[in-house]
Design a protein around this ligand. Structure first.
Ligand SMILES: C[S@@+](CC[C@H](N)C(=O)[O-])C[C@H]1O[C@@H](n2cnc3c(N)ncnc32)[C@H](O)[C@@H]1O
Length: 369
């Protein structure tokens, strides 16, 4: 458990670049489902669906170093697995693990490099038709439609900024009826029409309720940052958006404890420090930065109306203000910005432009009289 896993430490410049170039502002924020959490997940995916494995493959969109996807592949002998990871360094760790497995147990597994940033592990114990575990380095937003349509379950344990969440919600609409989906943040209703419905408890069920979550779109799973259980969104694809809406209505009318699902989407250091934008004026003027620009982003414990300049004060800024190097991922019409931090690729959206400075360009200020 914790915050110093290989997936945290391996991140480099190529990974950060992938956020800007391929991930449309996705975040490299890292954490893992724990092995117990993956066991809980399998129960949640397959309880009351004994044939689900045969109905399609399992997708892990945002698989990190591949531990969850590999545990699923090894535990579910009927299933093929497809994993996608944006960060090349994390994908390379997953690939290395599959190679090691094939080297250690050659009579059962074979590793095949398919193309650059794409590999396959074959389980030969299945006789004529080997099971496949494909791993691809790329964005989950580019998952081919036929792969989505053929999935019986999807894990998307990824922190995404709001705009990318919307795109991910659109992507999930390609999944087949009955496909179950676990997501880090609630995505239902982010696009219209939306077929994401809560996984409902069977009538009168009590003993399956923990396995199937709260019946209202929440499921708690053991995770590295919350071993006692983090609340994830838990869906089943309905036949139509109307059927999904009806399902939400029915679940909302029911009593019973709810699992709290984290709605922050993309927690960032700036937000965690409870920095408040309230002290800033509304964004005005032309801030003159654009996608891909390297900038400094300031944050502070204190609600300064002006963060000053990075060179001011004793430690690179005025007391209580820190400056972090980042790339601009997107500038919205209202001038608020999505940035991707240089050091670990985490993304912060809705950054007030008054927190951003160009390298080496001091702003002129009118002296206080
Ligand atoms: C919180 S980690 C989860 C890792 C893995 N699911 C686990 O539980 O061990 C989320 C992962 O999603 C990846 N990611 C973020 N945005 C992505 C995108 N657009 N496409 C694919 N992967 C993405 C991140 O790089 C990170 O490795």
């Amino acid at each position: 458990t914790g915050h110093h896993l290989a997936g945290h430490e391996v991140v480099g410049a190529e990974d950060v670049a992938s956020v800007v170039e391929t991930g449309q502002g996705s975040s490299l924020l890292y954490g893992e489902l724990l092995p117990d959490g993956v066991s809980q997940l399998m129960e949640a995916f397959f309880v009351n669906r004994p044939d689900a494995c045969r109905a399609g493959s399992l997708l892990e969109l945002g698989m990190g170093t591949g531990k969850v996807a590999l545990q699923l592949f090894l535990s579910l002998p009927g299933c093929s697995v497809f994993g996608v990871e944006l960060a090349p360094s994390r994908w390379a760790l997953a690939d290395a693990a599959l190679r090691r497995l094939a080297e250690a147990v050659p009579e059962r597994f074979r590793h095949e490099p398919v193309a650059e940033h794409r590999a396959r592990l074959l389980d030969l114990s299945n006789g004529e038709e080997p099971r496949v575990f494909d791993i691809v380095c790329g964005s989950l937003l580019d998952t081919p439609i036929d792969i989505l349509a053929g999935a019986s379950a999807v894990v998307m344990e990824v922190c995404l900024p709001k705009e990318v969440q919307r795109q991910a919600c659109r992507v999930l609409q390609h999944c087949q009826v009955g496909c179950r989906v676990v997501c880090y943040a609630p995505l239902h209703g982010m696009v219209e029409p939306c077929r994401l419905a809560p996984v409902r408890l069977p009538p009168g069920a009590t003993d399956t309720s923990a396995l199937l979550g709260d019946g209202q779109g929440g499921l708690a799973l053991a995770a590295s940052w919350k071993p006692h259980g983090h609340g994830f969104a838990f869906y089943e694809l309905a036949e139509t958006a109307d059927a999904a809406a009806e399902s939400w209505e029915q679940s909302g009318a029911e009593e019973g404890a709810r699992i709290v699902v984290d709605t922050t989407g993309c927690p960032s250091r700036g937000r965690r420090m409870k920095y408040t934008d309230d002290a800033f004026c509304d964004p005005e003027g032309d801030y003159a930065w654009k996608q891909g620009d390297k900038v400094l982003v300031g944050y502070s414990w204190l609600p300064f109306p002006d963060l000053g300049e990075p060179g001011d004060g004793p430690e690179g800024g005025i007391d209580g203000v820190m400056w972090m190097s980042a790339f601009i991922v997107k500038v919205a019409d209202d001038q608020f910005v999505t940035v991707c931090y240089d050091d670990d690729g985490t993304v912060e959206d809705c950054v007030h432009p008054e927190r951003i400075r160009h390298f080496g360009a001091r702003r002129d200020r009118v002296a206080n009289s």
